[in-house]
Design a binder for this molecule. Structure first.
Ligand code: PLP
Length: 415
C-alpha cells in the first residue's frame, strides 16, 4: 500500500492576517505602526468595516416592529448575529445571548438585576484582586444598596488567584464569585475549572468576565459550568458599543428587567406592565443593530482562521518578549503567572510608565500605560502602574523586535 500525499500543515501566517486590517498599514510619527494595545481594543478587519457600512448603505431600519422590507432585513441580520454569537459561545439557545453595550454593561445588568433582587444583608460577593474596575464597582454599588459585602479574593505575588484563600473564603454567605478569565493587567489565565468547582461546591454562582479571553481562543461558555459569561465586541475585532451577556437560562428567566422601555415589554398599562421573554426582556430601547452585525462579521472572520495556530503564534510573541526582557537590565516584568495570554506588563527602573509609553509612540509603537483600570491590583503589587504591550493575531516577531528597540532607546534616554 502506498502512502497518500503528505498533508502539509500551513503554519499560521500573521503577515497574511495583517493584510486584512487596513489600519495597520500606516506610519505613525514617521515609523510603520506597531499596534500593541490590543487588550484595550483590537483593530477591525476589512470585512467587519464592510459589514457595518453595507448595513447602513442597504438595510438600515429599526428592528422587530416594522412591516416593511428594510425592517425585515435589519431584523433578520440582527437575529442572525445573535445566533452567530450563540454558536461562538457554545450556548444551547440563542435566547441566552443578551446584547449589551459591552462587558461593563453586561456586568452591571447582572449586578443590578440578579444582585438587587437576590442579595441580602450579610451576603457576600467574592471578586479577585485581579479584576478590572468593571467587575468591582457594579458589585460595590449593589452591595451599598442591599447590605451585602464585596470581599476580595487574594492573589499571589506572581499575580495568580490564591485558590487556597478562595477555598477558605467560600461559605454559605457567598452568593456569587466574579472573576475574569484573563487579567487585562497581567495576562494571567485564571484556573476557571478549579474556581467554578470550588464556588459550586459552596453553592455560589459564578460570573466570568471574558473581555480578555475570547480573542485568544475559542470559549465554550456553557460547558465551563459558569452561570454568566460576558464579553465586549471591540476586543474581538468587532465594533465598539456592542457586547454580550450569556447566562444560564433558568437564571435569566428568573431575573427582573434591568432597564425599562420599548422592546422589553409584552404589554404596558398604567395599572400593570408585563415583560417580554428572553432575550428581549433585557434589551430595552433600540439596540446597536450595526454593532451586532459587525460583531457577527468579526466572529465569521475568526472562523476562517486557524485559531490554534493563532494562539500558538501569540504565545510565541510573548515568549520572545520574555526572552528579550531578560537581556534588559532594570526591566521588571510585573506578575509572573505560570499561564499567561498575550500580555507583557513591565516597569523600567528609573522611568515613569507614561514617559516610556510616549517615547514608544514617537517611534510608532502603541502600548498602554497606567493602572489599566485595575487600581486594587496595582495597590496589591505596590506599584503605580505598568507599561503594557498586548499581542493579537496580526502582531509579528518584527513588532516584538521594534518594541525592544524602543525599550532600549527609552533606557538610554531616561534610565
Ligand atoms: N474586563 C476586562 C478584563 C477588561 O479588560 C475590560 C476592558 O479593558 C473590561 C472588563 C471592560 O470592557 P468594556 O470597556 O468593553 O466594557
Amino acid at each position: 500500500m502506498t502512502a497518500g500525499p503528505a498533508i502539509v500543515e500551513r503554519p499560521y501566517d500573521a503577515a497574511q492576517v495583517r493584510r486584512d486590517f487596513p489600519i495597520l498599514h500606516q506610519e505613525i510619527n514617521g515609523y510603520p505602526l506597531v499596534y500593541l494595545d490590543n487588550a484595550a481594543t483590537t483593530q477591525k478587519p476589512e470585512c467587519v468595516i464592510e459589514a457595518i457600512s453595507n448595513y447602513y448603505r442597504r438595510d438600515n431600519a429599526n428592528v422587530h416592529r416594522g412591516v416593511h422590507t428594510l425592517s425585515d432585513r435589519a431584523t433578520h441580520a440582527f437575529e442572525q448575529a445573535r445566533k452567530t454569537v450563540s454558536r461562538f459561545l457554545g450556548s444551547p439557545r440563542p435566547e441566552q445571548v443578551i446584547w449589551t453595550s459591552g462587558t461593563t454593561e453586561a456586568i452591571n445588568l447582572v449586578a443590578h438585576s440578579w444582585g438587587r433582587s437576590t442579595l441580602r444583608k450579610g451576603d457576600r460577593v467574592l471578586v479577585s484582586w485581579l479584576e478590572h474596575h468593571s467587575n468591582i464597582v457594579p458589585w460595590q454599588l449593589v452591595a451599598a444598596a442591599t447590605g451585602a459585602e464585596v470581599v476580595p479574593i487574594p492573589v499571589t505575588d506572581a499575580g495568580e488567584i490564591d485558590l487556597a484563600a478562595l477555598a477558605s473564603l467560600l461559605d454559605a454567605r457567598v452568593k456569587l464569585v466574579a472573576v475574569n478569565h484573563v487579567s487585562n493587567a497581567l495576562g494571567t489565565v485564571n484556573p476557571l475549572a478549579d474556581i467554578i468547582r470550588l464556588a459550586k461546591a459552596a453553592g455560589a454562582l459564578v460570573l466570568v468576565d471574558g473581555a480578555q479571553s475570547v480573542a485568544h481562543w475559542p470559549v465554550d461558555a456553557a460547558s465551563l459550568g459558569c452561570d454568566f459569561y460576558v464579553m465586549s465586541g471591540h476586543k474581538l475585532f468587532g465594533p465598539t458599543g456592542i457586547g454580550v451577556l450569556w447566562g444560564r437560562e433558568s437564571l435569566l428567566e428568573a431575573m427582573p428587567p434591568f432597564l425599562g422601555g420599548g422592546e422589553m415589554i409584552e404589554q404596558v398599562s398604567f395599572p400593570t406592565t408585563t415583560f417580554s421573554g428572553l432575550p428581549f426582556k433585557f434589551e430595552a430601547g433600540t439596540p446597536n443593530i450595526a454593532g451586532a452585525i459587525g460583531l457577527a462579521a468579526a466572529i465569521d472572520y475568526l472562523g476562517t482562521l486557524d485559531r490554534e495556530g493563532a494562539a500558538a503564534h501569540e504565545a510565541a510573541l510573548l515568549a520572545r518578549s520574555l526572552e528579550l526582557a531578560e537581556e534588559v537590565e532594570g526591566l521588571h516584568r510585573i506578575g509572573k503567572p505560570a499561564h499567561a495570554a498575550g500580555i507583557f506588563s513591565f516597569l523600567l527602573e528609573g522611568t515613569h510608565p507614561s514617559d516610556v509609553g510616549m517615547l514608544l509612540d514617537q517611534q510608532g509603537i502603541a502600548v498602554r500605560t497606567g493602572h489599566h483600570c485595575a487600581q486594587p491590583l496595582m495597590e496589591r503589587l505596590g506599584i503605580p502602574g505598568t507599561v503594557r504591550a498586548s499581542f493579537s493575531i496580526y502582531n509579528t516577531q518584527e513588532d516584538v523586535t521594534r518594541l525592544f528597540e524602543g525599550i532600549h532607546k527609552a533606557k538610554r534616554l531616561f534610565a
